[in-house]
Ligand binder design. Structure first.
Ligand code: BES
Ligand code: MN
Ligand code: ZN
Length: 495
């Protein structure tokens, strides 16, 4: 999909020729004497339109308008959230018709972030997965133009949005693919193709290299599968070599049957989304390739399937992780933490300024926070606050959950250094406590995206989250250089 940004006043929008037009109507709008303005004020006065976000009025062939199809969309107070809601509702209407190009008009000067919200919402509402359809329907909406009074002030916002659309759609694509179309090798291939972009490199390790590294925990999970595991290392080198990188670690379980601790059949197909963390890392790198920020970023993806088999790990088995810590695998369905812990140990070699892992880790997190906010855990106040702020500004919010040591009590066992599960209570937190044991040498955060990475039921599909949050965080970091060894050179920029 193509995007364009254009300077346009509400007064002149009536003369714009386009397939379809969406006009964002904010509260207290000053309307002029032009045809579009009078349409809006008449509709508001008659009660057929409200400025409340999500309220829609479609018009066809209205007098004095060059554009046949016009959708008036209430955009509330013009906040990023209201604009997103308005555009989502309006594009849902437009896409049922034949329009190929769409003009979205801001009737009042857009707030910071509002143009980005509009672009992302338009892309999201018109997205459709097609890869494994025999007769894929091409995307009907080909072009979206954003019109606002002063387009130069919205330019940065607009460019970030375009990069984000590419990142979010790459994350959606890989998360949506069925597991037989998104094997560990295929994920690795996708990562390799990202390395064609400027400043991006990719290295892929296979089973023998992973064994040499001593990743006994990661290897244990993959034992039950005939698909060979892959350990993907992506680098984006946007700053001097001496600059410590931010490391992103994405859970890449391309299918999670639960292993010998087999999951029940209903909705098991959704476990193809269990590599959404990995997909978000790929998506972030896609966006970095466009934005080229002055920052170093490493992406690590431990990718494998979790399958039951004669060679699969069994409840009670003890394995040795790359860190040297032994782990009693009491439940083979708690596999995410088993692949992540070795990737976290691997991250140490980069002397990172921060490590963030992203994982569809626990059903418990989905129960706790639902699909609105991702769970966030961090051992570092500054990192936690930076992620919270990035989540708010990107409209991809997270919520911090605790890491009190008492939550780790249940992970104690007589047979190894640590068990991979504790009781059902506080399941998202005990999973984070397990990971924290492997993240002691750098500022660390964990995002549990089990509830936010995809939608279930009729709307089934990947959301592309938390690409938006991560990109905002990284761009903020790029304007806050730090010295090697993680010493801060100055004050953290306000986020
Ligand atoms: N991939 C799942 C987590 C999950 C479940 C995400 C449902 C989204 C929806 C993870 O590997 C898992 O199975 N976790 C177990 C942990 C338990 C055995 C301690 C869970 O949440 O049930
Ligand atoms: Mn599992
Ligand atoms: Zn899983």
């Amino acid at each position: 999909m193509d995007f364009e940004l254009k300077t346009l006043a509400l007064g002149t929008a009536a003369d714009e020729k386009c397939d379809a037009m969406v006009v964002l109507v904010t509260e207290g709008l000053h309307t002029g004497k032009d045809a579009l303005s009078s349409l809006i004020s008449q509709a508001l006065a008659a009660g057929d339109l409200e400025s409340k976000p999500g309220k829609i009025l479609s018009a066809y062939g209205a007098q004095g308008l060059a554009c046949q199809r016009v959708v008036l969309a209430g955009a509330g107070d013009g906040s990023t959230k209201s604009v997103r809601q308005a555009v989502a509702a309006a594009v849902a209407v437009v896409k049922t018709g034949p329009a190929k190009s769409l003009l979205i008009v801001f009737s009042a000067a857009p707030r910071v972030g509002a143009v980005r919200a509009a672009v992302l919402a338009a892309a999201d509402a018109s997205y459709a997965y097609t890869t494994t359809k025999s007769k894929p329907e091409p995307r009907k909406l080909k072009r979206v133009t954003i019109g606002c009074a002063n387009s130069s002030s919205a330019k940065t916002d607009f460019e970030r949005a375009q990069a984000l659309v590419l990142g979010v759609e790459m994350a959606k694509e890989w998360a949506n693919r069925p597991a037989n179309h998104a094997t560990p090798s295929m994920l690795a291939h996708a990562a390799k193709s990202l390395a064609k972009q400027p400043k991006i490199k990719c290295e892929v390790l296979g089973p023998s290299q992973v064994e040499k590294l001593g990743m006994g925990s990661f290897m244990a999970v993959s034992r039950g599968s005939d698909e060979p595991l892959r350990f993907i290392v992506l680098r984006y080198d946007g700053a001097a070599k001496s600059e410590p990188p931010v490391v992103l670690v994405g859970k890449g379980i391309t299918f999670d049957t639960g292993g010998i601790s087999l999951k029940p059949a209903p909705e098991m197909d959704e476990m193809k989304f269990d590599m959404s963390g990995a997909a978000s890392v790929l998506g972030v790198f896609r966006a970095l390739a466009e934005l080229q920020p002055a920052l170093n970023v490493v992406g690590l993806i431990p990718a494998c399937e979790n399958m039951p088999d004669g060679r699969a790990i069994k409840p009670g088995d003890v394995v040795t992780s790359m860190s040297g810590q032994t782990i009693e695998i009491l439940n083979t369905d708690a596999e995410g933490r088993l692949v992540l812990c070795d990737a976290l140990t691997y991250a140490e070699r980069f002397k990172p300024r921060a490590v963030i892992d992203i994982a569809t880790l626990t059903g418990a997190c989905m129960i706790a926070l639902g699909g609105v906010r991702s769970g966030m855990f961090s051992s570092d106040e500054a990192l936690a606050n930076a992620l919270l702020a990035a989540g708010e500004s990107a409209l991809d919010p997270c919520w911090r959950l605790p890491l009190d040591d008492e939550y780790a009590e249940g992970l104690k066992t007589h047979f190894a250094d640590v068990a991979n599960v504790s009781g059902r209570a506080g399941g998202a937190i005990t999973a984070a406590k397990f990971l924290q044991r492997f993240a002691t040498r750098f500022p660390w955060a964990h995002l549990d995206i089990a509830g936010t990475a995809w939608k279930g039921a009729a709307a089934k599909g990947a959301t592309g989250r938390p690409v938006g949050l991560l990109v905002d965080y990284l761009l903020n970091e790029a304007s806050r250089p730090v010295a090697p060894q993680g010493k801060s050179t100055g004050k953290r920029a306000a986020t």
